[in-house]
Design a protein around this ligand. Structure first.
Ligand code: HEM
Length: 508
């Protein structure tokens, strides 16, 4: 009897602690809905995709209220999709400060992966990182030649893989990953990782493992579990993988064959012609960065400059692989240029190429949801629905956004919001880029974020996509394997399709 009541007592204490842990803080706004906590955990037992989850549980409350309370990373947060609220957050970085995993859950596996870097830091530290790296990310003279060469090799590899087995479609993601890492290495880190030519390089294999490890729903939503690697073997190995990646990247980059001796290069090459890695190295050498800061920023460049294009290329294979009319129209525009050696100016003059890429970013934003800002003081987000709907937030509230939610809202993009229509952006490059900028400033289009913390790699990413898509449509046709059903994972806009690839000379 005593044993039973002892046991019941323990259960009661655990239940109370759990209740206290997951209870919604009374200080958060009461007039916006809360997404049931089980929705955040669906990935544990359900195979529903991110789009299905959004449609079933989030779309209606978000389209009605513009914001909801949602459980994520071990706490209740405010998630917004109203462009007006999003813009207020993006414009006021001094109130809604960037604070990534290194602040929110510093003990976690994801924090050990990303550390403190140019994307997730705030204030003086962010200014230090930006001062060092921005010129290398926004330089106006990225070389087209090397990316074009890699795109050609990528297309050859697609054709060769198809040739090896003509009974089924090609799994495009592994080849895309190899291409994306190679292009990033060339453009930012001055290194050939060798992964385009050789499948299975360790640095590339680690990326596949990392992507699988980071997004495990249980640890994603209850990161407190990461505090006990001695208890959970999978956490122990996750920490080990992150460390292996960091050390391998550091060693590869530090010991890479130099195209030019750096000393010589510094004297002969203007700073704006240098790559990000040269800027990071100089900052390490003259003590502006510690080795930890250097490593963290090296990792984030590696990750962000390949993962997002990788995702976008995957979405592109899917979308253009199911919509042959769009693919043919794009091919016609590319072939009409009559060249095999496009310059940046030529690529920028192609309206359909530009609008297809921007529409891909709208319908399949690679960074789909981020909750990485915290209010530093008590604040109010002014609601477009009137003062009664304003959101009064106490200091220390975590806020974030959901890009597919904004981009697929009929209130923002009209009744065709969920359709893929490149023409909605306009017909001339000026009109298209003008609309792209206008919608970004208004918070209607947030694929690259906006205002002071907008993506610094946006220009490069658009160029890389244009080169790759130019070369792809110039050389091959593809369609999605009819057996493949679109499936987005529960945490990111990630499409891993199989495609049949044919050279343009072959008949479908
Ligand atoms: C399709 C490709 C890309 C997409 C969709 C994308 C998207 C984004 C988004 C949404 C953010 C804001 C993140 C946040 O709010 O925490 C961001 C920030 C950033 N991105 Fe990108 N990105 C892409 C490619 C790149 C590339 C190639 C680089 C080059 C290194 C890059 C460098 C950065 C940096 C440095 C920031 C932080 C800017 C700051 O906070 O000052 N991105 N990106």
């Amino acid at each position: 009897m005593a044993f039973i009541s002892y046991f019941a007592g323990i259960i009661a204490v655990c239940a109370t602690l759990l209740y206290q842990y997951i209870k919604i803080p009374s200080s958060l706004p009461k007039h916006i809905p809360s997404v049931p906590i089980y929705v955040s955990l669906l990935g544990l037992w359900s195979s529903m995709g991110q789009d299905e989850i959004y449609d079933r549980w989030l779309r209606r409350p978000l389209e009605t209220h513009g914001a909801v309370k949602i459980w994520f990373a071990g706490r209740w947060n405010i998630l917004v999709t109203s462009p007006s609220l999003i813009t207020q957050i993006f414009r006021n970085e001094s109130v809604y400060a960037k604070a990534g995993s290194q602040k929110k859950i510093p003990w976690s596996v994801i924090a050990s992966l990303v550390g403190d870097n140019i994307i997730n830091s705030h204030g003086e530290v962010w200014k230090l990182y930006t001062g060092i790296m921005k010129p290398g990310m926004q330089k106006g003279n990225f070389e087209v030649g090397p990316i074009l060469r890699m795109s050609r090799r990528f297309v050859d590899l697609l054709l060769q893989t198809q040739e090896k087995d003509r009974e089924k479609g090609v799994a495009v993601n592994p080849l895309i990953q190899r291409f994306a890492i190679a292009a990033m290495g060339e453009s930012f880190l001055d290194i050939d990782f060798g992964c385009l030519e050789n499948p299975g390089t360790r640095i590339e294999v680690l990326q596949t493992i990392i992507k699988r490890t980071i997004f495990k729903p249980l640890y994603f939503n209850f990161p407190a579990l990461d505090k006990y690697p001695w208890l959970f073997r999978s956490r122990r190995s996750a920490f080990a993988i992150m460390q292996e990646f960091e050390d391998l990247l550091f060693n590869l980059v530090r010991n890479r064959p130099r195209k030019l001796e750096r000393k010589e290069k510094r004297e002969t090459v203007k700073p704006e012609d240098e790559l990000v890695v040269h800027m990071l190295e100089r900052a390490l050498e003259d003590g502006r960065l510690t080795e930890k800061q250097y490593r963290d920023n090296l990792k984030i460049v590696f990750l962000t400059a390949h993962e997002n294009t990788q995702q976008l290329l995957n979405s592109m294979f899917w979308q253009l692989g199911v919509d042959q009319d769009i693919q043919s129209k794009l091919r016609a525009e590319v072939l009409a240029t009559g060249t095999t050696e496009p310059t940046e100016a030529l690529l920028n003059s192609l309206p359909y190429l530009t609008s297809v890429i921007i529409e891909l970013l709208r319908v399949y934003p690679p960074v789909s949801q981020l909750i990485n800002r915290v209010s530093l003081v008590p604040s109010t987000l002014i609601s477009p629905h009137g003062p009664n709907s304003n959101l009064n937030l106490p200091a220390g509230t975590w806020v974030g956004w959901n890009a597919p939610g904004v981009h697929s809202s009929p209130e923002v993009w009209g009744p065709t919001a969920r359709e893929f229509i490149p023409e909605r952006w306009g017909t001339t490059p000026e009109e298209i880029m003008g609309k792209f900028r206008k919608e970004t400033v208004k918070g209607n289009f947030i694929a690259f974020n906006s205002h002071s913390r907008k993506c610094l790699g946006q220009g490069y990413a658009l160029l890389e996509m244009k080169i790759c898509l130019f070369e792809l449509t110039r050389k091959v046709k593809w369609h999605v394997d009819p057996g493949y059903k679109l499936k987005l994972t529960s945490v990111s806009t990630c499409i891993r399709s199989f495609c049949w690839i044919y050279s343009n000379e072959e008949h479908l």
